[in-house]
Design a binder for this molecule. Structure first.
Ligand code: SF4
Length: 379
C-alpha cells in the first residue's frame, strides 16, 4: 500500500463521515469512493484493522449444520431459488421437518464434532410459535450443549403475525424455549429501494433492524449479513453498512458480519433479467474490505467460501476477514441457486494455515474455543 493511499483513506475517515448519520448523503457518497480504490490498497487498509482487532493471527471457524426446517414460503423473493409455494408443496415439492428429523440431523452434527446449528426456513403459512418453540425445547432437552442460532428477522415477524404477540414478547418466548442467537439472514440490502425491487413482500429495512435491536436489548447476540451484487449501487451498500454500524454502536449485539454475493441460478430475478452478470470475485473482495473498514466496531468478519471459490476466501483473510465461517455439514439455500462449493474441517484448516494463520475452532457465539492452547480471549 502506498502511504498516499493510506493517508487518503485515513483522511476520509477522520472527516467523520463514518458517524455522520444516515441522512448525510454527502458522507455516503464519500464512503462510496472507497470502492474506486485499488484493491491492494483497500485490502491493506482492511488488514490493518483486522490486525488491530485480532493481533494473534488466528482465524476461527465453526463446525455446525445448516438445518432448513421447511422450504415452503409465501414471500416469493425474486433472488431465492430455495422456496416452494404452498401449491407446489401440495403437489409434493415442499417439506416440513419433524422434530425427530431435526434431532437426527443434530445427532449427526454432534458425531462430526459440531457445536451448533443454524436453523432457518421459509415463512410457511401454517407454521407458528407452537412448532417452533416445541422444536427448540426438544433440542434443548436432548442436546443442551448445542448452540441454537436460528430464525432470521423475516421469520420472527412471521411468528409475530401468527401468534398475535408483540415483537418483544415473541422474542422472549423464543429465548425461553432455547433460542440463543439470531442469524442476520434476510438483510439482503438494507435500503427500501432495493428491498422493494427484489422482495416487495418481505419486511422493511426498519423492521429488520427492529428485530435485531429488540433482541440485543434482551441481552442476546446476533450476526449481521449483506447479500449484494443484485444491481444495487455502491452507495446503497454503504447505507447498509452504516445501518449495521449505527445499531452496533447502540447495542453492541452483533458478533459477526458476513457478506456474500447473490447467486442467480434458478431464481425469478435471473429469469426476468437473463443478461444479469454475477458480481466478480474482485467485487466480493473489495466489498469485504470496505465492510471491514466501515464496520470497525464489529469484531468478526467472515469470509464467504460458500459463494466464492476457496482461493477467493483465502485472499479475503488478507482483506479484513478473521473467520472462515462454518464447514456447513449441510447447506441447501445457495446450492439451489447454483453455488456448489463444499469443504471439510481438514481442508478448511489447511486453507487457513496455508494463508498464514493459526486455525481455531470456535462456537457459534464466539464464547468458547475448542483448540489446545487458545482461549476465547486470544481470538
Ligand atoms: S429468501 Fe426466505 S423469505 Fe424470501 S422466498 Fe426465500 S425462503 Fe422465503
Amino acid at each position: 500500500m502506498t502511504n498516499a493511499s493510506a493517508n487518503a483513506t485515513g483522511a476520509l475517515l477522520e472527516k467523520g463521515v463514518l458517524d455522520a448519520g444516515l441522512e448525510d448523503r454527502a458522507a455516503r457518497e464519500e464512503l462510496s469512493k472507497l470502492f474506486e480504490k485499488n484493491f491492494m490498497d483497500l485490502a491493506a487498509e482492511a488488514d490493518d484493522i483486522r490486525r488491530r482487532l485480532h493481533p494473534n493471527d488466528i482465524v476461527t471457524y465453526i463446525v455446525d449444520r445448516n438445518i432448513n426446517y421447511t422450504n415452503v414460503c409465501w414471500v416469493a423473493c425474486s433472488f431465492c431459488a430455495f422456496y416452494r409455494t404452498k401449491r407446489q408443496a401440495q403437489r409434493g415439492d415442499g417439506y416440513v421437518l419433524s422434530t425427530e428429523q431435526v434431532l437426527q440431523k443434530i445427532q449427526e452434527t454432534v458425531d462430526l464434532g459440531g457445536t451448533g446449528i443454524l436453523m432457518q426456513g421459509g415463512l410457511h403459512p401454517d407454521i407458528g410459535m407452537e412448532y417452533t418453540t416445541d422444536l427448540f425445547r426438544a433440542i434443548r432437552k436432548e442436546y443442551p450443549e448445542i448452540q441454537v442460532h436460528a430464525l432470521s428477522p423475516a421469520e420472527i415477524w412471521h411468528l409475530v403475525d401468527k401468534s398475535g404477540l408483540s415483537l418483544e414478547d415473541t422474542l422472549k418466548e423464543l429465548k425461553k424455549a432455547g433460542l440463543m442467537s439470531i442469524p442476520g439472514g434476510g438483510a439482503e440490502i438494507l435500503t427500501d429501494e432495493t428491498r422493494g425491487r427484489i422482495a416487495p413482500a418481505k419486511n422493511s429495512t426498519n423492521a429488520w433492524l427492529e428485530v435485531m435491536e429488540t433482541w440485543h436489548n434482551l441481552g442476546m447476540k446476533s450476526t449481521a449479513t449483506m447479500m449484494f451484487g443484485i444491481d444495487e449501487s455502491y452507495e446503497e451498500r454503504v447505507e447498509h453498512l452504516l445501518h449495521i454500524r449505527a445499531l452496533q454502536a447502540k447495542t453492541g449485539g452483533f458478533t459477526a458480519f458476513i457478506d456474500w454475493t447473490f447467486q442467480p441460478d434458478n431464481t425469478t430475478y435471473f429469469k426476468k433479467y437473463p443478461d444479469f452478470q454475477k458480481a466478480t470475485s474482485l467485487d466480493y473482495l473489495k466489498t469485504t474490505a470496505v465492510s471491514r473498514i466501515i464496520l470497525d466496531n464489529v469484531a468478526n468478519i467472515q469470509a464467504s467460501w460458500v459463494t466464492q471459490p476457496m482461493k477467493t476466501a483465502s485472499i479475503a483473510l488478507h482483506a479484513g476477514c478473521n473467520d472462515m465461517g462454518s464447514i456447513m455439514i449441510e447447506e441447501n439455500v445457495v446450492k439451489e441457486a447454483g453455488a456448489e462449493h463444499s469443504t471439510t474441517e481438514e481442508e478448511l484448516r489447511g486453507v487457513i494455515e496455508r494463508s498464514g494463520f493459526r486455525p481455531a475452532k470456535r462456537t457459534t457465539l464466539y464464547d468458547r474455543v475448542l483448540e489446545p492452547g487458545i482461549s476465547a480471549e486470544d481470538i
